[in-house]
Ligand binder design. Structure first.
Ligand SMILES: [Zn+2]
Length: 397
């Protein structure tokens, strides 16, 4: 039997094929490795003294739809240090019964379909598929942190209804997920950021120039205290919610006061919407309500003016001037609900207005959250965090 064609097909280094058995669904290839010495795992010396031979059966990539099994005869060497060892060729996954390229193939199949299906498709035990998948997707090291200068920190509820938040770190420049952390607990996050050293020896936290987050105190503290070169930016979509709540609370109060007045009934979203995006009918409905309540009208006007300052590309000093003028006007209204927002704005003045220095937003992390949701769905809400994270990164890659 001419075996050279199988050697060419297999294309594995130093592999000598002896004979081949073709079966209905499988191809068994009897072969050996051409090495003449092996390195002792204990003393690192090379040994040429063969003690005995042993056969390993390893699964390799299919050939024309048939499963390939290499019956690989390996040498067991005896080292001068007294240790016996088998020299496993590099193309075999250590201590596993498949080649490295076979496990790579299974991993690739596993990225976008359920692991059980991959098991059925490749005739591999589903536990093996699972193990291969998680071994390949291990996100070790800090490669994803290299070159990141704009960091978005966001939280995400891992299991609905439970208070186990996870933290998603995003590169704001390209929207890529850098990392998913199992906790949003302050001390743990600080320890995490302090541990990341980049390839050039620089600490990650020193490399970051811009960091954006919501107004959750610990996030702001971490950026202020741990990122010496970063400008902190409070995410604008988060404060927008706060100012919208002023309008909604006012609307609710009006509903209570005038329960029969239909005009205040279904305008919640119209109050939140940008006025230039309303249809003619929507404008009329809204105008009707605003005419009935001058207070609501005033607050609506104030909200839109405030947001407009952030829409315009003012230079920093001019923008700050505008915000201060707005504050003055807002305070004069002496409206209890607006005062709440004013207090918030004054407390968070710097992170909010740093937006005028660097107009970034965490909006792309919204995309991340959608990805997390998708992955959660098709992994049937797996609760093991590391597995979940591995699925997320594999799905994106
Ligand atoms: Zn040795």
């Amino acid at each position: 039997m001419d075996t050279t064609v199988y050697e060419l097909l297999l294309n594995l280094p130093e592999l000598k094929v002896e004979r081949v058995e073709l079966e209905n669904k499988t191809i068994r290839i009897y072969c050996h490795h051409l090495n003449t010495s092996g390195m002792c795992p204990v003393c690192q010396k090379r040994s040429i003294k063969v003690n005995q031979y042993t056969t390993h059966i390893v699964r390799d990539l299919n050939i024309s739809g048939r499963e390939v099994y290499l019956h690989l005869r390996l040498k067991q060497y005896e080292c001068t240090c007294g240790r016996y060892f088998i020299d496993i060729p590099d193309f075999i996954e250590p201590n596993k019964s498949h080649t490295k390229r076979q496990s790579k193939w299974i991993f690739e199949l596993s990225i976008k379909q359920p692991l059980s299906e991959v098991g059925a498709l490749t005739n591999t035990h589903s536990k093996t598929v699972e193990r291969i998948f998680y071994e390949h997707s291990q996100v070790n090291g800090y490669e994803r942190y290299e070159g990141v200068t704009q960091l978005g920190i966001d939280e995400f509820s891992f299991r609905k209804g439970k208070k186990d938040y996870i933290c998603v770190l995003t590169n704001l420049e390209n929207g890529e997920t850098i990392d998913i952390l199992q906790t949003r607990q302050k001390e743990a996050l600080i320890a995490h950021f302090q541990s990341i050293t980049l390839k050039n020896g620089v600490l990650f936290k020193e490399q970051v120039k811009i960091a954006s987050c919501d107004f959750w105190g610990p996030f702001l503290d971490i950026i202020k205290n741990e990122f010496p070169n970063a400008t902190v930016i409070g995410d604008r979509f988060h404060w927008t919610t706060y100012i919208n709540n002023v309008l909604d609370a006012t609307r609710k109060a009006l509903r209570k006061e005038f329960p029969k007045q239909e005009a205040f009934k279904s305008i919640k979203w119209l109050l939140f919407k940008q006025p230039d995006q309303n249809t003619e009918n929507e404008t009329n409905v809204l105008q009707n309500a605003l005419t009935l309540s001058p207070i609501l009208e005033e607050l609506y006007y104030m909200k839109n003016t405030f947001i407009a300052i952030f829409e315009c590309q003012f230079n920093y000093d001019f923008a700050i001037q505008q915000v201060n003028l707005w504050l003055e006007q807002a305070k004069n209204l002496k409206n209890e609900k607006l005062d709440e927002f004013i207090k918030f704005l004054e407390r968070q003045f710097e992170p909010i207005t740093n937006f005028f220095k660097h107009p970034v937003s965490n909006a792309c992390t919204e995309g991340n959250n959608n990805l997390l949701r998708t992955v959660k769905r098709f992994t049937f809400n797996m609760t093991n965090f590391e597995h979940f994270k591995a699925r997320c990164f594999a799905y994106k890659a």
